[in-house]
Design a protein around this ligand. Structure first.
Ligand code: SF4
Length: 485
């Protein structure tokens, strides 16, 4: 770090693009590109370029009133003593803070949930492949690429790798809701035909993703496809340190996000502690999530930014912003990425909390050594882990019903203003609705109502696609009525 320039990592997704954040004397932030960054060679997607808009300083609070961080830690300790505690860390912060959080779980006798409930339904032999995929540069030498993500909406920097592969002679087939320009073929086919129609073999790469709301049956289907065709597979993830948290901190018997929310609604979860994991942002329906969280007896939020959940929390323990932290992250290909900040407010608060609860003090350097030990035991260098599991029985697939499809986006961008503030329909539907230039479509579901701009795309008839979290979204697929306004 030179002066107020921080060498850091974009928290937008698990690619972990390196960049510099510059903080001027008034605290205003701007970015500089970092050409030496291994994950992105200096490039950033449109989200990364707008990163300064994402950061906002969190404030420590106790029962709605501003407090010192020491008082917030003390209040959290009092609420946690003797309580039956559920803990959540999806991977939005450093591995060092995550290990400190896990130490608190050990002291309390509970586990850290990463929100990736899908792991508990997968054979443990395939966890390394799902957790740490392959080097992103390996995508460039594939002969054929099957895309199960939409890289224009999710994980945009993968596009560069795919274009390089195409320059090297690769063909690309995309399987998804809408046609993707860089693909040589776009297929919207029955999943049972993937093996016979996608033309995959041992020189191919499958690019899929896994996230807290991923359907376990779908993830198994992707793994089966890799097993049966011999293709390599990489699972992209939405959180910068999803890989590090999975390797170092996830607890056995952990719950997915929906299970946690169901537990709160049913009254079996009364105390929740979150580490940079805002369930209001993470769930598809923010209002519903906020109402659920209000049912908790105790919501303790440890946060590096000011986000929606902080307003509902009984206690907010405010750490420094992510770019200012001392620590490291692990990206989707298993690379350890360092943050050159010197901030340890988060670790110090977690250490005090652990001590108040009867555990040991912790400090940054020894936590970092533990990160290195823990990772070196599991990863010697970023390298593809051959799938070690058997083909899985997944039964028949039942598709969700509805006409509004929510295209999954990296979580942190859901609520930000973006070029994707429109819904997509095909030409037939635009004609049926008599959509004129400049018109808006009003979408109404039991979740709410919203008017959106529209864009005509080459996609299945009768569907409406949104890459934006809008009030009409209740689940990943919802039923909406439409009206032109
Ligand atoms: S690809 Fe992901 S990590 Fe890279 S700049 Fe975009 S959101 Fe950030």
């Amino acid at each position: 770090m030179i002066g107020n320039v921080y060498q850091t990592v974009c928290p937008g997704c698990n690619i972990g693009c390196g960049l510099y954040i510059r903080e001027d004397e008034e605290g205003a932030l701007s970015i500089d590109f970092m050409k030496s960054s291994p994950a992105n060679e200096g490039k950033l997607c449109r989200f990364g370029i707008k990163l300064p808009e994402h950061y906002s300083k969190a404030v420590s609070m106790v029962d709605g009133a501003e407090a010192s961080i020491e008082d917030a830690v003390k209040a959290a300790s009092d609420k946690l003593k003797g309580a039956d505690v559920t803990m959540l860390n999806v991977g939005n912060t450093t591995s060092e803070e995550s290990l400190a959080f896990k130490a608190i779980a050990d002291t309390l006798g509970c586990v850290v949930n990463t929100g990736m409930g899908v792991y508990s339904e997968l054979p443990s032999e395939c966890h390394p492949t799902v957790g740490v995929g392959m080097s992103l540069s390996d995508i460039e030498s594939a002969k054929r690429i099957a895309l199960f993500i939409d890289p224009y909406i999710q994980y945009p920097l993968v596009i560069r790798r795919i274009l390089k592969a195409k320059e090297n002679g690769a063909s690309v087939v995309s399987v998804g809701w809408r046609n993707i320009h860089l693909a040589d073929e776009n297929k919207f086919i029955d999943p049972d035909k993937y093996e016979s129609e996608l033309g995959l073999d041992s020189e191919s790469v499958i690019i899929a993703d896994v996230h807290p709301n991923a359907d376990p049956g779908w993830v198994k289907r992707m793994l089966n496809l890799a097993l049966k065709t011999g293709a390599k597979i990489i699972f992209m993830k939405p959180f910068v340190n999803a890989t590090g948290v999975d390797l170092l901190c996830k607890g056995t018997g952990q719950k997915g996000l929906k299970e946690i929310m169901d537990g709160i609604n049913e009254g079996s979860i009364k105390t929740l502690v979150t580490l940079d994991s805002d369930l209001v942002e993470l769930m598809p329906n923010s209002d519903e999530a906020a109402e659920t969280l209000k049912k908790l007896d105790n919501l303790i939020v440890i946060a590096s930014r000011d986000s929606a959940v902080n307003e509902i929390a009984n206690v907010v323990i405010a750490a420094e912003p992510q770019y200012a932290k001392k620590g490291s992250f692990m990206n989707v290909e298993g690379q350890l990425l360092k943050n050159n900040g010197s901030g340890t407010a988060g670790i110090d608060a977690l250490s005090s909390l652990n001590q108040n609860l009867g555990g040991e003090a912790m400090e940054s350097a020894s936590l970092h050594n533990k990160v290195l030990e823990g990772i070196i035991e599991k990863i010697t260098k970023p390298k593809y882990k051959e799938l070690a599991c058997e083909v899985m029985d997944i039964g028949s697939m039942e598709g969700a019903k509805g006409n509004l499809v929510f295209l999954y986006n990296p979580f942190m961008w859901f609520d930000q203003k973006d070029d994707n503030d429109f819904v997509m329909v095909n030409l037939n539907m635009a004609k049926r609705l008599a959509l004129r230039k400049g018109a808006m479509i009003n979408l109404t579901s039991e979740g709410g109502s919203v008017s959106m701009r529209y864009k005509v795309e080459d996609m299945p008839d009768g569907l409406i696609l949104t890459a934006k979290k809008i009030p009409a979204v209740t689940e990943w697929v919802a039923t909406v009525s439409t009206e032109v306004v």
